[in-house]
Design a protein around this ligand. Structure first.
Ligand SMILES: [Fe+2]
Length: 289
């Protein structure tokens, strides 16, 4: 056994120390797989992963999935997607827009605009900007536990419509500009419905599944009432006490349980380069109350 766990911060998560793909034994693999749903977020530092290594490590936690948006897949490694917003290669200091923020994505859980949101993901830092470019995480099982009783009762049994919404257009644009690949490979996703509170399929803990970037409305409520309740829940969930923002270093790997957490990308200046590789763990089940 080569790995050890330590708390990541007060809010959530664990740091994995001693993670070395070459020395990982069966006991380590079992402990890692168990640690993911138990902690929500795992961080390992100082790794040197090829795309093959990245996929191998992904298999410790589950089945690698192929992301539905083909335009962001890494050539030759379809399980790996490349997140690299901006045209850093064409922008210099002093150019108009060089200081603009790119790569911002508001709070969300991945793929909640599909019927079977992913089990989790492994995000690996390959190139990091000198400033900005953080990823924030919130544990939505802890958030649910902390909700006032009155609010828990109000949301019991409610369901939420999720869709890519306005982001559909943004992803089309990103696919056609950042990666110079065929924008037609970004599919149009039909809206789907998920429970507002689901039971984690492995731990049984209740999770406030709000995914604000994709949650459009609450089924059966008037538009105003729905928007107000989603706003109230988002404001409660995104309190500083629930969140962790990771200042990335090259070689850092963060693994998150997407059935239990949401994340945010703070963005970075357009003139800086930031390249992340991500694999996705297949969900394959509908999340139920
Ligand atoms: Fe994401």
């Amino acid at each position: 056994m080569t790995i050890e766990f330590a708390p990541l911060c007060d809010a959530l998560g664990a740091e994995v120390r001693g993670l070395d793909l070459k020395r990982l034994d069966d006991a380590d693999r079992a402990r890692l797989a168990k640690a993911l749903p138990e902690n929500g977020v795992l961080l390992a530092r100082g790794l040197d992963l090829t795309p093959e290594d990245h996929v191998t490590l992904t298999r410790v936690f589950g089945d690698p999935d192929i992301h539905p948006i083909e335009a962001i897949r890494l050539e030759g490694h379809p399980e790996v997607i490349v997140l690299a917003a901006g045209r850093f290669d064409q922008i210099r200091e002093g150019d108009p827009g060089a200081e603009d923020l790119v790569g911002q994505i508001s709070w969300h859980s991945d793929l909640t605009y599909t019927a079977f949101p992913s089990r989790g993901a492994l995000l690996y830092a390959r190139t990091i900007p000198p400033e900005g470019g953080q990823t924030g995480f919130i544990d939505l099982a802890n958030v649910y536990d902390a909700l006032p009783d009155g609010l828990k009762q109000r949301i019991e049994g409610l369901e939420v419509v999720h869709s890519l919404g306005p982001l559909q257009q943004a992803i089309h644009q990103a696919a056609s500009t950042d990666y110079a690949r065929d924008p037609a490979t970004v599919p149009d996703f039909e809206p789907v419905v998920h429970p507002l509170v689901h039971r984690h399929p492995e731990t049984g803990r209740r999770v406030l599944d709000i995914s604000p970037a994709f949650a459009q409305s609450i089924v059966g409520l008037e538009e105003d009432e729905s928007a107000e309740l989603l706003r109230e829940l988002r404001e409660f969930a995104t309190q500083r006490r629930f969140s962790y923002f990771h200042p990335w270093q090259v070689g850092d790997l963060i693994i998150w349980d997407n059935w239990r957490t949401m994340h945010v990308a703070t963005g970075h200046k357009r003139r800086h380069r930031r390249v992340m590789h991500r694999t996705t763990l297949r969900g394959g089940v509908a999340l139920s109350a």
